[in-house]
Write a protein that binds this ligand. Structure first.
Ligand code: ADP
Ligand code: MG
Length: 238
């Protein structure tokens, strides 16, 4: 579960078209990176998939089902943002369990899921601490833990590491890749950072002014960039 198809999706704000008709298929279990300069429409695309914005035309299919009429909470997707709001008075355990508590899930199942997420994220030793006693990277992991416990069919990341310093970013990149290896769940990861795209992606989608310049593996894009924009962005010698 976790195949996402965008079928002639467009998005306009007023009379400004931000996404012209766009087709894209994301296979189940794939780690897809949307990369492109600031303002090219990466967040808008992610928000359309998440259901936080409505498409202007076209359709989004999640596991074959038209998602247009499915509200965000029912799409089975979990979004991780760059700014994460943890509750300072709650322990890590309570912060991670928050969405499950809100959904009224029974306590034993909540604990099972929280402990599993903590294991994936190396947070087991920190479950009884509060956010103020954690590093920036650990706090980001708690925010990701909150997404994991919902057992989504896909994770959507919008520049989740851009608030971290350079050294932490490298570590978190590895952790997210490791998390993908363990969970094998579809992940869409938005970044303007070429290095993140090249090191993390199974498939890179290069965006420019709302349209797709090229889709391919990091190696495909590096070896055979379609045009100068892609070459310049990926840093390959064209
Ligand atoms: P990125 O995430 O790649 O930096 P965005 O998806 O945030 O780009 O924005 C793409 C374009 O859409 C930008 O020109 C931005 O100004 C515009 N845009 C995004 N959201 C809105 C909105 N709610 N209203 C009007 N314009 C918007
Ligand atoms: Mg953005």
């Amino acid at each position: 579960m976790g195949r996402i198809v965008l079928d002639k999706v467009t998005k306009s704000f007023g009379d400004v078209t931000v996404i012209p008709p766009l087709d894209l298929t994301i296979e189940d279990g794939e780690f897809t990176v949307f990369v492109g300069p600031s303002g090219c429409g990466k967040s808008t695309l992610l928000r359309l998939i998440a259901g936080l914005e409505d498409v202007s035309s076209g359709a989004i299919l999640i596991d074959g089902q038209d998602a247009t009429s499915i509200p965000p909470a029912k799409r089975g997707l979990a979004m991780v943002f760059q700014s994460y709001a943890l509750y300072p008075h709650m322990t890590v355990r309570k912060n991670i369990a928050f969405p499950l508590r809100m959904a009224g899930m029974d306590k034993a199942e909540q604990n099972r899921r929280v402990e599993q997420a903590a294991d994936v994220l190396n947070l087991t030793a920190y479950l009884d601490r509060r956010p103020g006693q954690l590093s920036g990277g650990q706090r980001q992991r708690v925010a990701i833990g909150r997404a994991i416990v919902r057992e989504p069919s896909a994770f959507l990341f919008d520049e989740p590491l851009s608030n971290l310093d350079a050294a932490l970013r490298v570590g978190m990149r590895l952790e997210i890749s490791e998390m993908h290896n363990r969970l094998q769940t579809t992940m869409i990861y938005v970044t303007h950072d070429q290095v993140e795209a090249m090191t993390m992606a199974d498939k890179i989608v290069v965006l420019h002014a709302g349209h797709i310049e090229q889709v391919g593996s990091p190696l495909d894009l590096y070896r055979a960039p379609k045009n100068l924009f892609v070459a310049g962005f990926i840093g390959s010698p064209k």
